[in-house]
Design a protein around this ligand. Sequence first.
Ligand code: SF4
Length: 370
Amino acid sequence: MVLDPWGEFKVEDYEKLCRDFGIQPLKPLLHEFKDPPAFIRRAIIFGHRDLDIVLRAVKECTPFAVMSGIKPTGDFHLGSLLTAKEIVYFQKLGGLAVYCIADIEAYEDNDLPFEVSKEIAVSNIADILAIGFDPKRGYIYRQSRERRVKDLAYLFGKGVTLATMTAIYGDRHFGLYMSAFIQIADILLPQLKDFDGPKPTVIPVGIDQDPHIRFARDVAHRFRESLGFIPPAATYHKIMRGLDGSPKMSKRSPLSYFTLNEDLDSVRWKLANAYTGGRATAKEQRELGGIPELCCIYELCAFHFMEDDSKLIDMYRRCKAGDVLCGECKAEVEELVLDFLRQHQERRRSFIDEALRIVEEEERREPSYL
Ligand code: SF4
């Protein structure tokens, strides 16, 4: 299997993936977390590299950072929400939080003009603020406006051959290779002296981003002496299946996902038509029970919308026992999802001005030709 940050893939077996790529399973570290949120308790964050170093910093109250970002190609979806929740969690544990808007990557990978990604960046920043990111204890920036990231990318290129880039990323155009250097510069940015670095840093990502993590760790080793970098730690979350039953939520199939800014009637319709683990008839379902392991509605609750474990266990039990039919079950979950979206959409509206201020301040501070 090849992990590709710019392509499509599906994971059949997370344990095998951990073995194949040298990723450590998260389970043995579970007892180290104080009040772990559901996405950690339920192994949605299934693996890590060197997270113990960051957890030690949390325990000993020594400096650490958390860094991740979003490609500004559209509104926040459930994958962006998971990463954002993880950043906010580590920020609340005392870490410096750094959030990058990957507009150079959006230009290279999605052909998105910078004027367009700027507008989307405002929307994405409002979302992360609404989720709880505290800008007073963090830093939000766009790649095209962060001179230090571009300088680091230039330094990191020394000594890297085309063969290395092809081995990590496959045969790509040079713009994507350059955006990879920018990404690893993002990953190592919190370790600069300007951010009181070097310091242990955790990068929460989807598993498809692992090539950037491996590349950044390799570069951190090379620049250990000159810049003092500590190889960055990472956590990896599972990929949610599409609501339509497809292996992955994808912008290419609008029925497979919804965004946090989506019209509520549209979300209601998508949930009503979502793929479930229900049986062909009500009679069969009452007799045999449903199959929550196959059900997107159950997965939505496990990943995002049912924080209370006892409620999730009850949902599983009622489904298995045939005590509930999919229609009733979906109606209950629809309420949870729409309640969350109503509140989130109201909160994000209240953060739009602040998001705009962050973007405009950055433009005044750092002009760019991009
Ligand atoms: Fe999914 Fe609920 Fe139907 Fe079970 S009853 S298959 S959890 S929708």
